[in-house]
Design a protein around this ligand. Structure first.
Ligand SMILES: [Zn+2]
Length: 144
């Protein structure tokens, strides 16, 4: 799933979860995405601040992790998931787009990375078939 920061024509910010950028595009074209504040169907993506490229985690690849997913409050679960992603990824900062490409083209070790990228960088990466996950901008207090 990908989280997009969205905004309507009245500049109401909200978040949407989509399977892919194509899923987002088709849902907005079909008028299936509406602003939760005013119901506007004129939705656009906001420039995003933090992006994450994910590689399969070794524990998942080897099937060692058989723990059942914890069931909790959806927001708590999301925060936990984000915390795990952040703990399990390398911060490459502004080198994010370059490093994501190197990993994709097997020029760098396969791993999860996180860092900053522009919306244009992300679109370009996605067009190259590189999985990029948008994370909401997190403040330390949001994770407590
Ligand atoms: Zn609105």
């Amino acid at each position: 799933m990908i989280i997009f920061d969205l905004s309507c024509s009245n500049n109401h910010p909200f978040e949407g979860w989509f399977r892919s950028i194509e899923d987002f595009n088709s849902q907005t074209e079909e008028g299936l995405v509406s602003c939760p504040h005013c119901g506007s169907l004129d939705i656009r993506r906001m420039p995003s601040a933090i992006h994450l490229a994910s590689a399969p985690a070794p524990a998942l690849a080897t099937g060692e992790s058989s723990e059942a997913p914890k069931v909790g409050h959806p927001l708590a679960t999301l925060k936990e998931a984000i915390e795990q992603i952040i703990r399990g990824s390398e911060d490459v900062g502004s080198q994010f787009a370059d490093e994501a490409r190197r990993i994709h083209y097997h020029e760098a070790p396969l791993r999860s990375i996180r860092g900053q990228a522009t919306a244009d960088d992300c679109s370009a990466l996605q067009e190259e078939g590189i999985d990029v996950l948008r994370l909401p901008t997190l403040k330390p207090e949001d994770l407590n």
